[in-house]
Design a protein around this ligand. Structure first.
Ligand code: GDP
Length: 200
């Protein structure tokens, strides 16, 4: 798959209604999730070699919006709204979590999920929740430890190993890789993994 061919397809106002905008029983989708500011947009842009494919919205009111990008006729990338905004009311957070859980269980075309976490503070509660839900729904997970350039090589590998150990119970259902959109760390490896998800 040539990820550079990614192009914007649709925006859905929220995850609960994605299926009405784009029926999910055909093709393969790879979803990208992470706390807001984890580096999701930057990662999408690096992986597709497009400077502004994904844009961030730092506005909590817009966190529900999902953007779908087409790779080819059968394959898509889905940019899920960032989670973990401190300012968002609890009720809205709960609603969002519920919609996300349902999405993972019901979206038939979901072939894999990338969970992006800042390497300096990975595995927050919501990250763990995402990973656990995906595993329960038998969706393979790639945990990307972003902004890896912020750490020295030795610290970086130590963190990667700690996270791998922490997620060890999931065996090969959850892969963990360091990543940097700034320096290109992990790019080839990630593209390789996404490609295998595109060819089940
Ligand atoms: P999103 O909210 O998850 O989409 O995150 P963004 O991609 O908008 O990135 C959030 C902030 O982190 C921005 O200020 C980026 O410049 C910065 N950032 C993203 N990726 C990297 C990276 O690989 N290295 C460094 N040093 N900063 C990054």
């Amino acid at each position: 798959i040539d990820f550079r061919k990614a192009k914007f397809l649709i925006s859905a106002p929220d995850i609960a209604h994605l299926d009405e905008y784009l029926p999910g029983d055909a093709g393969i989708e790879i979803a990208f999730a992470g706390r807001s500011n984890a580096g999701k947009s930057s990662a999408l842009n690096l992986l597709t070699d497009q400077k502004s494919l994904a844009r961030t919205s730092k506005t909590p009111g817009r966190t529900q919006l999902i953007n779908v990008f087409e790779l080819d006729e059968h394959r898509r990338l889905v940019d899920l709204p960032g989670y973990g905004f401190a300012q968002v009311p609890l009720a809205l957070k709960k609603k969002w979590q519920k919609a996300l859980g349902e999405y993972l269980q019901e979206r038939k075309c979901l072939g894999g999920m990338v969970v992006l976490m800042d390497i300096r503070h990975p595995l927050k509660d919501l990250d763990m929740q995402m990973i656990e839900w995906a595993v329960e729904s038998e969706i393979p997970v790639l945990a990307l430890l972003t902004k890896a350039d912020k750490m020295k090589q030795s610290e970086r590998m130590k963190m990667v190993n700690e996270v791998r150990k922490h997620l060890g119970d999931f065996d090969d259902r959850v892969k963990v890789e360091p990543f940097s959109s700034l320096k290109g760390i992990g790019k080839a490896k990630v593209l390789g993994i996404l490609d295998t998800w595109c060819h089940p």
